[in-house]
Design a protein around this ligand. Structure first.
Ligand SMILES: C[S@@+](CC[C@H](N)C(=O)[O-])C[C@H]1O[C@@H](n2cnc3c(N)ncnc32)[C@H](O)[C@@H]1O
Length: 218
């Protein structure tokens, strides 16, 4: 059964700049609810914090589970301050899950740990060069039952789709699926996409963007 974040959540999500539809946020929320285990949890490509808020919301009941947020733009103090303030405001109101802001690149961070319970993969330009550097750094490090979420699959970013399919074909991962039609209906009924501050726009689609996929390590 698909679960939905509390309705107050959308105020924070929608006003935060970034690249995610509310339909994708619901998918991500459900994938994050499945995260368990004591491996490291990391988001690769945080930008202004849209996706991070979804994950933190899903983990509201998981105590102090830590989410590492990787974003090279955190190098800029004004950028970091903006994202930090926005996430702290959200946390103050909705819960207090722990997160750590890091300016590291995915390719520098991934080798630091051997066990991952959650990786959100949304870094950079999604070029084949970057995706093909990241994939071998994470493929064997997600622990059994661990969740890997990929943004921008089935879109113009073909390297992401290839990585998603390769990981399934490797036999190490299985796809997690949710009923997109149910999600689109919920988004429409609650007018969620209205006012969502996202540059991830595909007006040619008859529904909000749904370029997100999740894999579970077997
Ligand atoms: C598509 S945006 C992320 C959108 C974000 N997840 C959201 O919810 O709005 C990609 C981000 O990855 C960052 N980035 C670039 N190279 C990276 C790398 N190697 N590791 C982590 N992040 C990277 C970029 O600065 C950019 O902000």
């Amino acid at each position: 059964m698909i679960k939905y974040p509390p309705i107050e959540f959308w105020v924070h999500f929608k006003k935060t700049k970034g690249a995610m539809s509310t339909a994708e946020a619901i998918f991500l929320y459900n994938a994050c609810l499945q995260v368990d285990g004591d491996g490291v949890c990391v988001e690769m490509g945080t930008a202004y914090g849209k996706s991070a808020m979804v994950t933190l919301m899903a983990w509201a009941d998981k105590g102090r589970k830590t989410l590492f947020l990787l974003e090279p733009l955190f190098e800029g103090i004004d950028f970091l301050r903006e994202v930090h303030t926005s996430i702290k405001d959200f946390q103050k109101e909705l819960h207090n899950t722990n997160c750590v802001f890091l300016k590291n690149l995915s390719t520098d961070f991934l080798p630091k740990y051997d066990k991952y319970s959650y990786i959100f993969w949304d870094s950079g330009d999604h070029s084949p060069e970057l995706v093909n550097k990241e994939k071998p750094l994470l493929e064997d490090k997600v622990i059994k039952g661990g969740i890997l979420v990929l943004h921008d699959i089935n879109s113009q970013f073909t390297a992401c789709t290839e990585a998603y399919n390769d990981l399934i074909n490797s036999g190490k991962y299985e796809a997690i699926e949710y009923d997109w039609q149910e999600i689109f209906d919920y988004v429409a009924k609650n007018n969620l996409e209205d006012g969502n501050n996202s540059w991830h726009q595909y007006p040619e689609l008859p529904h909000p963007p749904n370029f997100i996929g999740a894999l579970k390590r077997k």
